[in-house]
Design a protein around this ligand. Structure first.
Ligand code: HEM
Length: 469
């Protein structure tokens, strides 16, 4: 009995020595403990969520930056967060050390868009998808689509002619949706447009709903619409496979996904098509809505843009060339392009993005603990007076000089930056060409408010009246 007790004591002693040695040799112990960034974490669990949502979120961010500097901690929606608002820190998170910060979204969004969609991934699978998406949206692939986009723009404007438009954003969503379908399905889109639209419009209502999957709830209806959307996509895939056409004949996103030699599954294709519609539509429609507002409020800029667009039109008439716009025409609109850049900066429709630290990370002498959310604050960078003097002023001429590196982040930066940026700029230019040369508009009601849905938008989606010139 005594022997057994001594043996147990020896084992206990060896075990304790082992733990002690491990503790003394651990790299964490030898490394000096870094402080967390400055800031406050608020109440247990709710943190500072009320402070953020009880006011314009940008006022919350700006007051924190003023108090704590460009990197600070807070606690939002149950998650400890580090917010960053300097171009250097944003580059560190999004570009240089992007492998240490994974994208992160609410689980309900993942279920709606589909968990195989590009946004939620890192590493090999993400690189493969990105290559396929970029292939479909690079200038060489979209230049052939200019005239189709133009006819969608002309139809959209015609449908609004002479009307009081209660919500300009809603109307422009239809335009951006139709262009997104064109870039995904090519000419096939017309056959499926109405079915896809009906399902997608039900699906999107659930994006910000409570994730309660019970009959009658918004979430339940959305999930049902998502299943129907997948079935329509399966039919389109089946038809293309039967026609045995390869991606050469289909220079669109679906062709790019189907032409991949390694092969994506149908589910992966469906998740990414739904994801691209989501990424392409409200963003582009929101930017266009802001442009219409800023041009309406700045008559001298509107006049200069109109002159530039009329010159494009005249040069086509004089040369006796086809009247349809070409890719080259859209590259000959420098002032209108600066208006787009300045709108992207002032409106900063994506105020920030989310990442999560995959391990403890040191930045600027602070610890960003594993599992904490990290938010690069795009809007604060775009509204910093050191980087953009008089930041609240709408002044497209500031883009006559290229912005300093990593300071203009409207399309993000690095690994997950926007692969659709060329298409977005193209469809905005085409619509603006016809809007400014053929139409006049007046802004209705109060113009000062901003709403978030989740992208920043003029109050009530910008009611306007549109007239033919
Ligand atoms: C003016 C309109 C647009 C704006 C302001 C915009 C902005 C952005 C930003 C900031 C990101 C990066 C988000 C992050 O780092 O977390 C992003 C990603 C993305 N955008 Fe856009 N976008 C626009 C239009 C489009 C269009 C037209 C498409 C497709 C045709 C598109 C497809 C995507 C995709 C697929 C991603 C995810 C990329 C990845 O995770 O690798 N976007 N966009």
């Amino acid at each position: 009995m005594v022997q057994l007790f001594s043996l147990a004591l020896i084992f206990l002693f060896i075990y304790l020595v082992h733990i002690l040695v491990k503790f003394l040799l651990s790299p964490d112990r030898r490394r000096p403990k870094l402080p967390l960034p400055p800031g406050t974490l608020g109440w247990p669990y709710v943190g500072e969520t009320f402070q953020l949502y009880s006011q314009n979120p940008n006022v919350f961010f700006a007051s924190k930056v003023e108090r704590y500097g460009p990197i600070f901690k807070t606690h939002i929606l149950g998650c400890p967060c580090v917010m960053i608002s300097s171009p250097e820190a944003a580059k560190f998170v999004l570009v240089t050390k992007s492998h240490l910060f994974k994208p992160t979204f609410p689980a309900s969004k993942e279920r709606m868009l589909g968990k195989q969609a590009i946004f939620f991934h890192q590493g090999q699978y993400h690189s493969k998808l990105r290559k396929l998406v970029l292939r479909a949206f690079m200038p060489d692939s979209i230049r052939s689509k200019v005239s189709d986009i133009e006819s969608i723009a002309l139809d959209s404007l015609k449908s609004l002619e002479g009307r009081s438009i209660d919500n300009t954003f809603l109307e422009l969503k239809t335009y951006a949706f139709n262009v997104a379908l064109l870039s995904i399905f090519g000419k096939d889109e017309i056959k499926y447009r109405e079915d896809l639209k009906r399902c997608y419009y039900i699906l999107e209502k659930g994006y910000n709903s409570m994730p309660i999957n019970l009959p009658g709830t918004l979430f339940h209806k959305s999930m049902k619409a998502r299943r129907e959307l997948s079935q329509i996509l399966a039919r389109i895939l089946h038809t293309r496979r039967q026609m045995k056409l390869d991606d050469q004949q289909h220079p669109d996103l679906l062709g790019s996904f189907m032409g991949d030699k390694e092969g994506l599954t149908d589910e992966q294709i469906a998740d990414n098509i739904i994801g691209v519609i989501f990424a392409a539509r409200d963003t582009t429609a929101s930017v266009l809505t802001w442009i219409i507002k800023f041009l309406g409020e700045n008559p001298s800029v509107l006049e200069a843009v109109t002159e530039e667009q009329e010159a494009v039109m005249r040069s086509k008439e004089e040369s006796g060339k086809e009247r349809l716009l070409t890719w080259e025409d859209t590259k000959n609109m420098p002032l209108t392009s600066r208006v787009i850049q300045e709108t992207l900066r002032v409106a900063s429709i994506l105020s920030f993005t989310f990442r999560e630290a995959v391990e403890d990370v040191e930045y600027g002498g602070y610890l960003i603990p594993k599992g904490w959310k990290v938010l690069p604050l795009f809007r604060n960078i775009h509204h910093s007076p050191e980087l953009f003097p008089e930041p609240e002023k709408f002044d497209p001429s500031r883009f006559e000089v290229a912005p300093k590196p990593n300071t203009f982040l409207a399309f993000g930066n690095g690994t997950h930056s926007c692969p659709g940026n060329e298409l977005a700029k193209l469809e905005i230019l085409v619509l603006l060409h016809h809007l400014t040369t053929k139409y006049r508009w007046s802004l209705m009601g109060s113009q000062n408010g901003i709403q978030y849905g989740p992208f920043a938008l003029p109050q009530n989606g910008l009611p306007i009246k549109l007239f033919r010139k």
